[in-house]
Design a protein around this ligand. Structure first.
Ligand code: ADP
Ligand code: MG
Length: 221
């Protein structure tokens, strides 16, 4: 448990709308004067951002599944230590675009790595921190990948598309993995349908989050 703050993670397949929706939620919480840190994985701090670049670079198609898993764990250990844990200790809300569930969905359900290795690495990387609430945006990967492809074509930044280039069957396994995680921990997960409109989904998420966050979280000073 996180002693003071409140930790919310966003999960879902590529293009499900995580980055779009987490920005909406962040603005909604800030407009309620709640101290809010918006971050993402892999990355979220300079050292982990360097690992992100390796993980998402489509040129790294030769990366082994185990090397990939360990890079995620290394990036997470740094990010938790440098960003997430301090913000939670300070009594704030932390919103993180992907977290441990992504590693289970992609590396275990997607790649077939042993779940017990993933759970062990996640637990070491998180040093006792776990999400209080996880918003799972459930979305057909064909819809999500089409959106993600369009976003990548329009962006001028690095082509972070190593996962977008995986076969559709891989993304279907990731989607079912996420749904299984939500079945396993129904208290922690809120599932929203990613096929709705951006505004409709944003309202649904903000209502679910506001109904759950505790009193007494840190205000913006
Ligand atoms: N509900 C939605 N309907 C239609 N397009 C969407 C929706 N949510 C997001 N998008 C668009 O799809 C693309 C991918 O969304 P994004 O939030 O980046 O997804 P993710 O972070 O889950 O990969 C973006 O261009 C975004 O504007
Ligand atoms: Mg995103």
């Amino acid at each position: 448990m996180n002693t003071l703050g409140y930790f919310i993670t966003f999960e879902g397949v590529e293009g499900s709308g995580k980055s779009t929706q987490i920005r909406y939620l962040s603005n909604s919480l800030i407009s309620r004067n709640l101290s809010t840190t918006l971050t993402r994985e892999p990355g979220g701090c300079p050292i982990a951002d360097k690992i992100r670049a390796i993980l998402l670079d489509a040129d790294n198609s030769a990366m082994s599944a185990m090397a990939e898993l360990m890079l995620y764990a290394a990036a997470r250990a740094q990010h938790v230590n440098e960003v997430i844990a301090p913000a939670l200790s300070d009594g704030g809300i932390v919103l993180c675009d992907r977290f441990c569930d992504a590693t289970v969905a992609y590396q275990s359900y997607g790649r077939g790595l042993d779940r017990s290795i993933i759970d062990t690495l996640n637990s070491h990387a998180c040093s006792g921190i776990s999400p209080d609430l996880t918003v799972l945006i459930d979305c057909d990967p064909r819809v999500g990948l089409e959106r993600a492809r369009r976003r990548i074509e329009l962006s001028s930044g690095p082509r972070e598309e190593r996962f977008e280039l995986e076969a559709i069957a891989f993304h279907q396994r990731v989607r079912s993995g996420y749904n299984q995680l939500a079945i396993d921990e129904p208290q922690r997960f809120v599932i929203v349908d990613g096929a709705g409109t951006v505004e409709g989904i944003a309202l649904e998420i903000s209502a679910a989050v506001l109904a759950r966050i505790p009193e007494g979280l840190r205000a913006i000073s």
